[in-house]
Ligand binder design. Structure first.
Ligand code: SF4
Length: 284
């Protein structure tokens, strides 16, 4: 029991405390992610070489979105360390498009993020969206559609403040005086005295992902992403891995690793195997 609890503590990082805990496998997570009835589960996360459809690394996690996204960093670093290879681009869905993740890919690893940017700002249809405000890199401020500036601070404080919020953003505000006389106010901030824009401290990396999203290569990446889904479907339908036999995260690791190995062997066999020419020549 002591060993079990120690392993549990070691392997379970500080994700939010779950509402339901399995009495037989406390490391698993109660999830309804499949859209069917909820159940306790682990997730298998793959790093795939898209060109050859080969699984390069596997990382099991409890079924928590944060853990699944973090596992990508673990796998990229492990593959780099073990095989000295690093992807040129990383394809993923919006869950992987959080600002810190994009920053890590672009700035730390120099990997192209072929990932949609996770944007929580709500754009109302009749109002100017945040995209209508142009970022002026040299002066470090936004320029609004009316040509005025939005600043992060309008007076000097004795003690310099970073102005970074808990959500890792800096708030830029327009001047109340400018907005009060502006003809565009109804389309901009009809219910407030001025306009606010929250800029992520990782916005440069988010912009890199936005630029990539406009390219034909990104469209190709979206198509390539289907290959990943096929592997997971294959795991359930063909290999029938819809139930784990071993308990705990380490048990899930063993089973997921084994399943991925089987999938790779099947794939390698297909890549290697060329059917012999069986056509029999009949003399005329
Ligand atoms: S309302 Fe204010 S922020 Fe909006 S366009 Fe006019 S001056 Fe710029």
């Amino acid at each position: 029991m002591k060993e079990y609890l120690e392993a549990l503590e070691k392997e379970n990082p500080s994700y939010s405390v779950p509402k339901n805990i399995s009495l037989t496998d406390p490391q698993s997570r109660w999830t309804a992610a499949t859209g069917e009835r909820a159940f306790y589960a682990y997730s298998t996360n793959y790093l795939i070489d898209i060109d050859n459809n080969i699984i390069v690394d596997v990382e099991p996690t409890p079924s928590v979105r944060t853990a699944e996204v973090e596992s990508t960093q673990t796998m990229i670093e492990r593959v780099e360390e073990r095989f000295d290879i690093k992807p040129n681009r990383l394809i993923g869905d919006t869950a992987y498009g959080s600002a810190p993740m994009l920053e890590w890919l672009v700035k730390d690893k120099e990997i192209e993020p072929h990932i949609p940017v996770w944007d929580k700002s709500v754009n109302k249809p009749d109002l100017f969206s945040n995209a209508a405000f142009i970022w002026d890199k040299d002066s470090g401020c936004y320029r609004c559609p009316g040509g005025k500036t939005l600043l992060s601070r309008r007076r000097n404080f004795r003690n310099l403040r970073t102005g970074i919020t808990k959500a890792n953003t800096i708030i830029y505000r327009s001047s109340q005086l400018d907005c009060g006389t502006c003809q565009l106010k109804e389309q901009c901030c009809p219910n407030s005295l001025f306009r606010k824009i929250a800029r992520s401290i990782y916005e440069e990396s988010r912009d890199v992902a936005r630029v990539i999203a406009q390219t034909p290569e990104y469209q190709q990446s979206r198509k390539d992403r289907k290959k990943v889904e096929v592997l997971f479907a294959h795991l359930k339908r063909i290999l029938k891995l819809d139930r784990l036999r071993l308990r705990g995260l380490s048990g899930a690791r063993d089973e997921f690793l084994m399943a991925a190995t089987v999938q790779n062997l099947r794939r390698l066999a297909k890549l290697k195997y060329k059917p012999p020419d069986c056509r029999i020549a009949v003399p005329i």
